[in-house]
Design a protein around this ligand. Structure first.
Ligand code: NAD
Length: 454
């Protein structure tokens, strides 16, 4: 029997259903993350040059927080919701049960290779599923560690890892077995392939994709704080963050001040030699490095621009004199290069943003509530911040996900539990009351029916 069918049998036997089982598995995961903290730090350093502080803040700490939150709230999440009955169904009571989906597949990218693999796993376990994990082969040290950690703590009927080239492994897994849900994080291009293959079997999907996330700086923004918040959100993980501000649209009145302050912030955060800063990471691999270096032309390098292929290093770089028609404005950059384009009125800026539909994130810096309302109404995007960047991701009480080109569905906290659950509504009727109006023949009952059915 194929190993995935064995997982389905294990699921069907009901092993994963009890609250106690789910909590125990979540605790095991937290313990293992802590046990392997040093190895995780080493793997993330090897793959992406992350410092231990960054690894804690963006990977380990976020995961431990999600586990703690799930354990604390699981009783409430699992509890069937009571629903009031209606005149139509009187007398009756209603409940919405949260049912696990079955055996689900989670596929992760390389940029936050541990967090983006295990955060959906936490919700999938909390919801009572069996899980197949596919980490990214582009972050090989983390991929290997995930495989080891999961093998050590979980029976492979419950959670198991498949590694290797996603273009081969994922379609193969999907051909072998009809998963009950697929949760994919990665590029829009691959997301479409997965969606197509899943559609043939009506398999539901969550797609956490990318896109060009704009950052708007209005003339009334507090430029010193704005600059710091843009630079920290953009250059964390050397710009390889799906929600990083992709490009800046700045009101022409404050362009020069913003450029000066952003250059200052880069030096303040990463020193005048970012290549030797422990807080500044590396590009994942040679192919991505070559793609990014091409973006350094055309346009003018306002700050940075140095690179070293042997170290997969690209300096935090600010570009000016970029046209909305340049290649760099047509696809997600996903690296440490920040184009800055001035605008003179909001309409002009809105048109530039609308050239790349449905960004994953959107950032606006302004003190003006009217401008805030106008921007939020005019642009369709996944989620975002006012007067900040990227931090919305960390709030477990907010759903994280895209819209249209940037994705389908959302997760974090309770939203992950819901993503991996079916809401099963059940109406319960007693038998002591059984009015004949509800049964044929209906002739002569029209006036009564008109009263009830509205
Ligand atoms: P990717 O699509 O190349 O790979 C992601 C995963 O898909 C990997 O596990 C890989 O093995 C697998 N894969 C690769 N080719 C496949 C195929 N043909 N069929 C099935 N699976 C395949 O993406 P990436 O380069 O790893 O990630 C970068 C993209 O991910 C960026 O666009 C970024 O914005 C996006 N991203 C989004 C989020 C989010 O939360 N929305 C988070 C991180 C990254």
């Amino acid at each position: 029997m194929n190993s995935l069918v064995k997982m389905k049998t294990y699921y069907d036997e009901g092993h994963t259903l009890s609250k106690e089982f789910r909590i125990q598995q979540l605790k095991k995961l937290a313990d293992a993350i802590l046990k392997y903290e040093n190895e995780i730090n080493e793997a993330l350093y090897l793959d992406l040059g992350k410092s231990i502080e960054e690894s804690w803040a963006t990977e380990i700490g976020l995961l431990l927080g999600e586990i703690k939150y799930a354990i604390k709230n699981i009783h409430r999440w699992m509890k069937p919701e009571r629903v009031a009955g209606s005149l139509l169904t009187f007398p009756s009571s209603g409940k919405i049960y949260k049912e696990p989906l079955g055996v689900v597949l989670i596929i992760a990218p390389w940029n936050y290779p541990l967090q983006l693999m295990l955060a959906p796993l936490i919700g999938a376990i909390a919801a009572g599923n069996c899980v197949v994990l596919k980490p990214s082969e582009a972050a090989p040290a983390t991929e290997k560690l995930i495989e080891k950690l999961i093998k050590e703590i979980y029976d492979d009927h419950f959670v198991r890892v498949f590694t290797g080239d996603g273009a081969i492994v994922v379609p193969d897994l999907m051909n072998q077995f009809k998963f009950n849900h697929i949760f994919y994080t990665g590029s829009t291009q691959v997301g479409k392939l997965i969606y197509q293959q899943a559609a043939a079997d009506l398999i539901p999907v969550t797609l956490e994709l990318g896109g060009k996330s704009p950052c708007i700086v209005e003339a009334d923004a507090d430029i010193t704080v704005t600059a710091k918040r843009i630079i920290s959100g953009k250059f964390i993980n050397a710009g390889q963050t799906c929600i990083a501000p992709d490009y800046i649209l700045v009101h022409e009145a404050v362009k020069e001040k913003l450029l000066t302050e952003m250059a200052h912030a880069i030096q303040q955060f990463y020193s005048s030699d970012p290549a030797s800063s422990s807080d500044y990471g590396k590009i994942i691999h040679g192919k991505h490095f070559k793609r990014l270096v091409q973006f350094l032309h055309p346009g003018k390098i306002y700050f940075g621009g140095k690179f070293d292929e042997s170290k997969l290093f690209i300096e935090p770089t600010i570009l000016t004199d970029i046209s909305p028609e340049d290649d760099i404005m047509k696809e997600e950059i996903f690296g440490p290069i920040l184009p800055v384009i001035p605008f003179s009125n909001s309409q002009e800026a809105i048109e530039i943003v609308r050239k790349n539909k449905n960004p994953l994130s959107f950032y606006l810096f302004t003190k003006d509530a009217k401008k805030e309302k106008e921007w939020l109404q005019k642009i369709s995007f996944g989620g975002g911040c006012i007067n900040n960047t990227v931090w919305h991701f960390t709030n477990k009480k907010m759903p994280f996900g895209g819209i249209g080109n940037s994705g389908l569905g959302a997760y974090h906290g309770q939203f992950t539990f819901e993503t991996f659950s079916h809401r099963k509504p059940i109406l319960k009727s007693p038998t002591w009351f059984d009015p004949s109006i509800k049964y044929p023949p209906y002739k002569g009952k029209i006036n009564l029916l008109k009263k009830i059915f509205r």
